[in-house]
Design a protein around this ligand. Structure first.
Ligand SMILES: Nc1ncnc2c1ncn2[C@@H]1O[C@H](COP(=O)(O)OP(=O)(O)O)[C@@H](O)[C@H]1O
Ligand SMILES: [Mg+2]
Length: 265
């Protein structure tokens, strides 16, 4: 693998290793993970439950320490990655006592914006996110898909050069999930920010990505890299084309090399 000098919004991960050391005994989580994400790319990490996907994200976001390896953002080694990264957690819950707007402004408020400025920044997006009529609604009045859109909006408006999205559609029914994939593609085609995405859904990975990194079971390593050379924008219906099905089969074959199922935790 060649490790290029990534520019604005590029990310290079080299030889990342990590062992957790809880009292119950060490957990060897990552065993030399290598990844390259070019600026503006949509790159997906797929692998069995517990292989270390979220751990990679936590380390990239600076929330978790690592044992060895290198992470470079924008081509330069740096210890201040956080300023360049927006992170939507696997369980990105909304605060039930805050409205849609109140939840959406949270990230911006944490960035130091006044609530008023934050609301102004959010306002124009509500329509695009199908939330215009729900700004004052509370999370329990929303569908699962809408809640995920609020969480995504909160992440996106931080305008970082890289977005980490950890299984944003994992808990949704397949109909809602399909709609949201299509919707996310539309938004991403507009903003073209660098996205690092986690899923355990093979079709979702193929539909969304420029490239897919397949991880081995724990300790996680990159077992295969698949380029998804499908034209963009990707219309719905592409998932029944020969090219798509072939990629889906190749990806499934890589995952099943290790006898993994498609379930995730
Ligand atoms: N803070 C932690 N302490 C101990 N073990 C952990 C911790 N976080 C994750 N692990 C373990 O590391 C492995 C990888 O976890 P994770 O990155 O969440 O996997 P994935 O996201 O691929 O499902 C799992 O076995 C998990 O139990
Ligand atoms: Mg995870």
């Amino acid at each position: 693998m060649t490790l290029g000098e990534a520019g604005q919004g590029g990310l290079t991960i080299e030889g990342l290793t990590k062992t957790f050391r809880p009292k119950s005994g060490p957990v060897f989580a990552l065993d030399g993970v290598d990844m390259v994400v070019e600026p503006g790319e949509f790159v997906t990490l797929i692998g069995p439950s517990g292989c270390g996907k979220s751990t990679v994200f936590n380390i990239v976001a600076g929330l978790e320490a690592f044992d060895s390896g290198h992470i470079r953002l924008d081509g330069a080694p740096n210890h201040d990655r956080l300023g360049g990264i927006a992170y939507m957690f696997q369980k990105d819950l909304l605060f039930p006592w805050r409205t849609v707007m109140g939840n959406a402004v949270l990230g911006l408020e944490m960035d130091g914006l006044s609530r008023r400025d934050a609301r102004e920044r959010i306002g124009p997006y509500l329509e695009r996110f199908g939330l215009a009529e729900f700004a004052d609604a509370y999370p329990d009045q929303l569908s699962g898909g809408m809640r995920q859109r609020v969480a995504f909006l909160r992440t996106m408006v931080q305008e970082r050069s890289i977005m980490l999205l950890d299984e944003p559609f994992g808990a949704l029914d397949s109909y809602t999930r399909t709609n949201l994939q299509q919707w996310l593609m539309g938004v991403w085609e507009e903003i073209r920010t660098t996205v690092l995405f986690i899923t355990h859904d093979v079709a979702e990975a193929v539909y969304l990505s420029d490239r897919v990194y397949v991880m081995t079971p724990r300790p996680g390593r990159i077992q295969a890299v698949l380029d998804i050379e499908l034209p963009r924008p990707r219309e719905r219906g592409i998932e029944i084309t020969d090219a798509f099905l072939r990629l889906e089969r190749n990806l499934k074959a890589e995952l099943h090399l290790h006898g993994t199922d498609d379930h995730d935790g």
